[in-house]
Design a protein around this ligand. Structure first.
Ligand code: SF4
Length: 238
């Protein structure tokens, strides 16, 4: 395991919170601690965490805390929660900085999942330490024009598929979005696939899940809710 030293560069963190419930994907409903990293390589117009990257609306210095790897590990180990979710932003932009954190937590018996947009290739060292990658490639309808050429990164997706540790979770606002999901799934042999309704209110989430359910089942995919929205609407840090 890489030793945690004071020389390790700080991790740029937007917020840490929990224990709470993982709201999305295969671990939905499980108790989890969240470490939300700052910064992103994309700029999705409907992003629900713009305070991690959008300098035009937020002073990122005010929304960024610098944690040493050791202090992040200490915060996690203060809690008995088995599942730790590293989210963002795009956490893989700081993969060298979080590697010692992931390695230490895995060695301590915690299950570490990383949520990524799938446009950054994880290192072999990180792949070896992580329990799972929850990968959410962005469909064209949810991406900015600026990101048109970089929202899909074939090399990164190939690495994630090959890792055997990735699940692919697509945000969809309706059945029409599933065609593009299907194209990506076929082109990059993505599996397993989860579809998640876009929305930040419980009313919209339930409505879109009802619209998507049959079409998702027909394609052999899985459907996830956004449990935190059903429970707490768009409250931050839940
Ligand atoms: S990839 Fe995720 S965090 Fe980054 S801008 Fe898009 S929605 Fe926001």
């Amino acid at each position: 395991m890489t030793p945690l030293t004071v020389q390790s560069p700080p991790v740029l963190v937007a917020e840490v919170f929990g224990p709470t419930l993982q709201g999305e994907g295969p671990s939905c409903g499980q108790q989890a601690l969240f470490v939300r990293l700052s910064r992103c390589n994309l700029s999705c117009p409907g992003c629900d965490t713009p305070f991690t990257w959008d300098r035009s609306r937020y002073d990122l210095r005010e929304h960024t805390r610098r944690y040493s790897a050791a202090s992040l590990v200490s915060w996690v180990l203060e809690h008995p929660t088995p599942l730790v979710v590293i989210s963002g932003g795009e956490p893989l932009l700081q993969q060298d900085r979080i590697f010692p954190v992931v390695a230490a937590l895995t060695a301590a018996g915690r299950r570490v999942e990383i949520e990524t947009n799938g446009a950054v290739t994880p290192s072999p060292e990180l792949v070896a330490q992580v329990a799972a990658f929850n990968v959410s490639p962005k469909l064209a309808a949810f991406a900015s024009e600026r990101d048109a050429d970089r929202r899909i990164n074939p090399a990164a997706l190939s690495t994630l598929v090959t890792s055997g540790k990735a699940v692919f979770k697509f945000v969809a606002s309706g059945v029409a979005d599933l065609e593009e999901v299907s194209d990506l799934v076929t082109r990059f042999e993505l599996a397993p696939v989860w579809v998640m309704p876009e929305g930040s209110t419980s009313e919209v989430i339930v409505s879109r899940m009802r619209e998507l359910a049959d079409a998702v089942v027909a394609r052999g995919w899985n459907l996830t809710t956004r449990l935190h929205v059903l429970l707490w609407e768009d409250a931050r840090g839940r």
